[in-house]
Design a protein around this ligand. Structure first.
Ligand code: CMP
Length: 140
């Protein structure tokens, strides 16, 4: 398979608990290349638009509040089989159910404050990467 991309966000909970360095190191150790990265403080409107797909879910409003409460770190990551490999690296959405050693098991607090986001498909990886980055900010 050719190299492709996934999109990731380190969430406010992980940044405030000083896990940013450990998380970035584990992403690099797993063979991902960071081809774009920046810190962004999302407005509630922007967080709502990013998570629009979850609009009807009961946790949507709280999720938007949380994701706009402090800055996040957005990144585009490149690797063969990027989407699937990254989901293995971060583990289950719920840190309590995530395999040991995964980023969410190590650094997540609960199902909402789960340390990190990873795209769930190639299509969403492109959509999410384009939400945050212009072509001038991506370095292959
Ligand atoms: P993420 O991978 O960023 O995608 C959607 C987010 O919604 C998820 O991580 C969690 O932060 C949050 N989420 C998903 N399911 C729940 C839930 N049952 N309760 C609260 N938050 C959730």
């Amino acid at each position: 398979m050719s190299r492709n991309i996934t999109f990731s966000m380190i969430k406010p909970c992980a940044i405030s608990r000083n896990f940013t360095g450990d998380i970035i190191q584990s992403i690099l150790d797993d063979g991902f290349k960071i081809i774009a990265m920046k810190m962004v403080w999302l407005s509630p409107e922007q967080a709502g638009e990013f998570y629009e797909i979850h609009k009807e879910r009961p946790f949507y409003e709280d999720l938007v509040k949380f994701m706009s409460s402090a800055p996040i770190i957005a990144a585009i990551l490149e690797k063969e089989n990027a989407v699937e490999d990254f989901r293995i690296l971060i583990g289950n959405t719920d840190p309590a159910k995530a395999a040991s050693g995964t980023i969410r098991a190590l650094f997540g607090t609960d199902i909402q404050q789960n340390a990190i986001h990873g795209s769930d498909s190639d299509e969403n990886a492109s959509r999410e990467a384009n939400f945050f980055f212009s072509s001038l900010e991506i370095y292959h």
